[in-house]
Design a protein around this ligand. Structure first.
Ligand code: ADP
Ligand code: ADP
Length: 230
């Protein structure tokens, strides 16, 4: 069952840089799709088009059968269903960990504050960060901040989460704890689309690997056993 249907996507930036070139890709529900490729091959741009942080110059993107590039499409609503985790965590620096995890639940999803807090606490306890609720992001390690950022995305009950190099800013020990949490998320059946250089993770956990190359083209696509020729 396809969640995203991407057809003939191209993106040329104003300075003439071609970031995507005729990209077609189907992303299935409940699958882990991992996008790999050298720096500058358009991985991040492709990911960003999926939550409309970037608009393609040509092509179509359907989400749950709807054309998300239609000018009348509700971007705000879309982002409730498609969460994003960034390389640099992007927590609100002036809010505590608990506030970071409850703000959007209350403001966007209109949850009661007590319900929002209880959902946040449940997840924080699972990842062992419950004692950090009153700390500010800069008082946590990078790995802890990224795990909070992942929980923040998860608390919106999204259909899919996009990960843009979620471990690239982290030291090796912290990479492990973030990948461990991402493995746990896979078990929940949430659709995950991940740009990463973690080849071990990709080999073991991807349902589909998409290989991009210079000029923003997909050069190969398939199950890890095919991509890694095993
Ligand atoms: P990757 O994620 O694979 O490293 P990106 O999608 O970030 O690649 O970038 C693809 C190409 O588009 C690169 O050449 C990059 O320099 C260029 N690019 C990205 N964002 C912009 C922008 N806002 N304006 C101009 N060029 C950009
Ligand atoms: P890049 O050079 O693009 O950063 P690497 O090939 O160095 O990517 O892999 C990134 C991470 O994945 C490293 O932590 C590395 O130890 C791990 N890794 C790479 N290849 C494998 C593999 N075949 N099995 C398990 N882990 C791997």
């Amino acid at each position: 069952n396809s969640l995203f249907k991407i057809e003939k996507l191209s993106k040329v930036f104003e300075d003439g840089t071609k970031a995507l070139d005729d990209v077609s890709l189907t992303i299935n529900q409940h699958e882990v799709t991992i996008i790999i490729g050298p720096s500058g091959s358009g991985k991040s741009t492709l990911l960003r088009t999926l939550n409309l942080m970037e608009y393609p110059t040509e092509g179509t993107i359907e989400f749950e059968g709807k054309n998300i590039l239609n000018p009348n499409y509700d971007v705000y609503e879309h982002r409730k269903h498609v969460g994003m985790v960034f390389q640099n965590f992007n927590l609100f620096p002036h809010l505590t960990i608990l506030e970071n995890l409850t703000l959007a639940q209350v403001d966007v999803l209109k949850r009661d504050k007590s319900e929002a807090i209880s959902k946040a606490m449940t997840l924080l306890e699972k990842v062992g960060l419950a004692e950090k609720i009153n700390n500010y992001p800069n008082q946590l390690s990078g790995g802890q901040q990224q795990r909070v950022a992942i929980l923040r995305a998860l608390l919106m009950d999204p259909t899919a989460i996009l990960f843009d190099e979620p471990t690239s800013a982290l030291d090796p020990e912290m990479i492990k704890e973030v990948l461990l949490l991402m493995k746990d998320l896979i078990q929940t059946g949430i659709t995950m689309i991940i740009v990463t250089h973690e080849m071990g993770f990709a080999r073991h956990f991807a349902d589909k690997i998409v290989v991009m190359d210079k000029g923003g083209k997909i050069i190969e696509e398939g199950h890890p056993s095919v991509i890694f020729n095993e």
